[in-house]
Design a protein around this ligand. Sequence first.
Ligand SMILES: Cc1cc2nc3c(=O)[nH]c(=O)nc-3n(C[C@H](O)[C@H](O)[C@H](O)COP(=O)(O)OP(=O)(O)OC[C@H]3O[C@@H](n4cnc5c(N)ncnc54)[C@H](O)[C@@H]3O)c2cc1C
Length: 440
Amino acid sequence: MSSPTPLDSLSRIHEPARAVPVVAHADVVVCGAGPAGVAAALAAARTGACTVLIEVAGCLGGVWTAGQLAWIIDTQDKPGLMTEIVVELDKRGARRPRVEGRTDFAYDIEEMKLILDELVSAAGIRVRLHTRVVAALRDSAGRLCAVLTESKSGREAWTAGAFIDATGDGDLSALAGCGFDLGRPGTGECQPMSLVSLVCGPDPQEIDAFIGGGGHAAKERLLAEMKRAGVEPSYTAPTLFHIRDDLYALMANHEYGVSALDADAITAATTRARAEVNRLVNALRGLGGVWSRLRLVATPAQIGVREGRRVHGLHTVTEDELLAGARHEDAVCRVNFGIDVHSTNRAHGGSFDPANRQRSQPYDIPLRALIAKDVDGLLLAGRCISGDFIAHSSYRITGAAVSLGQAAGVTAALAAQSHRSPQDVPWPEVRAALERLGAT
Ligand SMILES: Cc1cc2nc3c(=O)[nH]c(=O)nc-3n(C[C@H](O)[C@H](O)[C@H](O)COP(=O)(O)OP(=O)(O)OC[C@H]3O[C@@H](n4cnc5c(N)ncnc54)[C@H](O)[C@@H]3O)c2cc1C
């Protein structure tokens, strides 16, 4: 390489411009394959759009799989894919509600990975794993026209008629130039991260009193056991979810004050969290008795990020709407789950923020909250949609993410197929397409 030195100071390097191969021209490109991204891609493909799904991890599912969450909340009033997934999990004996009559449930993570692979394959979606979206290009009219990715195949470009940001953290929107908010107004403090880990060993009947998913008593008993073992978890409402046989998911740590946009901070948080989970599990095992066979099976490669960018949309879902139980003509999701702010600062306690215990009503999210305000041709799905700090703490759960993904996917497909902007697709057209998919 004989180009002149690219250094203009000690702190910056200028990359030379280069031609990037366009590897696909699609109707719809979905970035991020968590619950929202998979739902968006499936809905777009089933609406007839040629669809690409790009994901940085090595599996589909996001926090469901790479994050080892194993617990789905708010499946009530969620027709379409959520119902399909429940049926598929049941066929495989891979779903376990904790309380009769409640719709929340634990699921087998490996079965979930397989189900998602099978669904996207049957829908003819082009999936690219191990690939990160790193840049976005807009045409002369300002409309998003391509995303650029990096992977083992190098730098590549993907063009489409419409794009969906389902990266959770709103990466694509930020790269495309959208405005966004992050954290609490004023302080910017975000909800803590947690490393949800798999543990095995104890007989579920012997530790039934410590299994969560049905109220706070089990968490308090588990906390007391940890204290008896000489350790205090950074999340003081530690929770064990029973997956199957002697397999459980353990959520017992909080990493406070970590920004989802700071790779150094996320790295340090992951290392600390892994050490803490090991400490907690080893201490419990040291108690003997029902814990004597307790073993750590796996910590996830990806720490669980509760909160990233909230991208500005044509409508912003607000705390007031939650408190009033808002209804909208263009409703794409009914959220039944309440306000759920994990402590954003250890000084506020180690579990949930006492200042944010407001009671919400079931409320609607309108399609407009899924359409980016600042960049044309871009839809939002999942936890990066347009909302305020408090509203996000409620709609971030995965039952809602799936409904939001479906609506974004259908709207993107209709827009791309007819060369319109997402906001120009009339609501009755979107509703009719969602009805055809059984998603409303
Ligand atoms: C610790 C924790 C506990 C939770 N508990 C529950 C619970 O009990 N029940 C529940 O229903 N919800 C729970 N949630 C909330 C829920 O898991 C998330 O809000 C939900 O997964 C949001 O779905 P999503 O598809 O928007 O985002 P994610 O699941 O975060 O998926 C985003 C995907 O995009 C990919 N991605 C990100 N950036 C890029 C990029 N630049 N290029 C390519 N791909 C990219 C990621 O790898 C990921 O696969 C919890 C979350 C956390 C973190």
